[in-house]
Design a protein around this ligand. Sequence first.
Ligand SMILES: [Zn+2]
Length: 299
Amino acid sequence: MTLNDFLKEAREKKQAIGHFNFATEDVLKAIVSAAKESGAPCVIVGTSEGEAEFVGMKEAVALVRAVADDFQYPVFLNADHFKSFEKCKVAIDAGYDSIIIDTSRLSLEENRAAAKQVVEYARSINPNISVEGELGYLKGSSEVQQKIEISTDDYSKPEEVADFIAQTGVDRMAVVFGNIHGIVKEVVSAPTTESVGVPTEASGEEKLDIDHFSKIVAAAPNAYYVLHGASGLKDEDVRAAIQAGITNVHFNTELRVAYHDTLEKTMHDNPTETTPYKYLGPAAEEVKNLVLQKLALFK
Ligand SMILES: [Zn+2]
């Protein structure tokens, strides 16, 4: 089955496929191991441009194939928010299964032209490749951040989404309806040596506008809709989005935080441990637990 086949099946069953980012092989294996254990039909693993540069695109393709083969489980590799046709082309040539052309910062015309170019090139190389476009202003980045203002002006407009899909031929759409990338928190106390950058209390919460999303789906029911920035969302919001037609959910920041915090603790607790798999292992294990927890939301 191709990725689009899995997405179709998910849409019919009102379920979603998880998308998780990786930049190291231990995290990749943790994600795939969790997905298989959870009984999910498949999993999407992604590399951002930065993550792809760190791993190497050919290496990422080879790693994903090896892990999928080892686990005997379908794993699809996605180029996550690649920002230009040129970058997407390198990923397609390297053998990625899926592409997100993210030119949403450009004008609507330029965004459409870039998406169309990627769809045409992707199909010429591999007819099974799944391509995602993005429309609307998805704020934030995959880290823990200070307050971000979310405005309905940033939302994807239903008619524009419908036109975009018709004119570009993308399979999937990343849309904005209250979601942002990353986790937004506020440092309550003034920064001191102990509390610099340590988020202590959540502020202005991330809330999805499911009614608005339903209008997008009604305007263009044939695309597969993708929820970006699910880190930091309440479980019930993620579930409601899936019921309303989301078939793919992206998590990144929460995995990064779990990996980082566990690694930090392990190294702090075992200051003389220098064997990489002994201090990295628990961090990857924590990522696996978190992925299992997220995948339970999708059924
Ligand atoms: Zn994203």
